[in-house]
Design a protein around this ligand. Sequence first.
Ligand SMILES: *Cc1c(COP(=O)(O)O)cnc(C)c1O
Length: 357
Amino acid sequence: MRPARALIDLQALRHNYQLAREVTGAKALAVIKADAYGHGAVRCAEALQETADGFAVACIEEALELRAAGIRGPILLLEGFFEADELPLIIEHDFWCVVHSLWQLEAIEKAALSQPITVWLKLDSGMHRVGLHPADYQAAYRRLLASGKVAKIVLMSHFARADELHDSSSTEQLAIFDKARQGLVAQISLRNSPAVLGWPQIPSDWVRPGIMLYGATPFDEPNAVASRLQPVMTLESKIISVRELPAGEPVGYGARFVTTQPTRVGVVAMGYADGYPRQAPTGTPVLVEGQRSQLVGRVSMDMLAVDLTHIPQAGLGSTVELWGKNILASDVAKAADTIPYQIFCNLRRVPRLYSGH
Ligand SMILES: *Cc1c(COP(=O)(O)O)cnc(C)c1O
């Protein structure tokens, strides 16, 4: 059996969820969209079911998968419905629904609903992706109430730059949100992971942590709260071949790495078809037999090469951590010029083995 696998530590997931609650004092929707950022949405939801205030996913397909697996409690659809014919299912399964556009508001007004729904009314406070314009916000709130089809409204918005701790735009977005909701008596939800970890002054009745649940920092710089996160996924494999090369020998496709001295190279059963980033350059950190080392040469579809020269005890069958408790996914992501969100979501083909439940 191919030794590539992702170990998922559900105890660490619960720790990170509790941290989001502890530092905010708010209720927390665990964001488990995109198959829990590659960690397995059903297993993660099961692990959090007893404690979580609710879950958030991108679409009804993801929400239905959770209900089919027996997940109870609130599930928020972060982009609401894409077509009005999803509304009966939203009611049947008791999903909470973001309304980010006037067309969705109109669809709710027109629909014959058997029960009122819970709406999270999204304001575009400056990110300019989805959300109602501030000038339309109060009218939309009143129309939802007047429709008689809404049980509860939570006011929400989303930050564009909360991961930039010295940038003022989150404060500016908060001011726009506060102005748009003036006079409305309703719970609010603003904070994603970077805002949970780095912006303690921003209020929220509900927070929406995603990446932090999986133990990765959204910041480029050290952060005291983020340092308390526990990595959930360990992506590991084994060395399947060893080469002893003299100086001047190329390794891998395109000869992108050429030895400058006698070098021991180990080949690992892991490649970009598993989701390991192909862009990761020579020098990207890995852990072999508990020792830090580095990637050499190009990442192939099913294999990659690592330097074993300074780890004589490593050889055929040695375990290699690509990211996890020792090699942070955020560091691998940075080396590959991407973000931990993407390297987690890209995970595929690799069996996931769960512990800690
Ligand atoms: C994905 C998402 C989140 C979670 O973001 P993280 O940065 O992963 O914490 C929160 N809110 C909304 C609206 C989202 O789409």
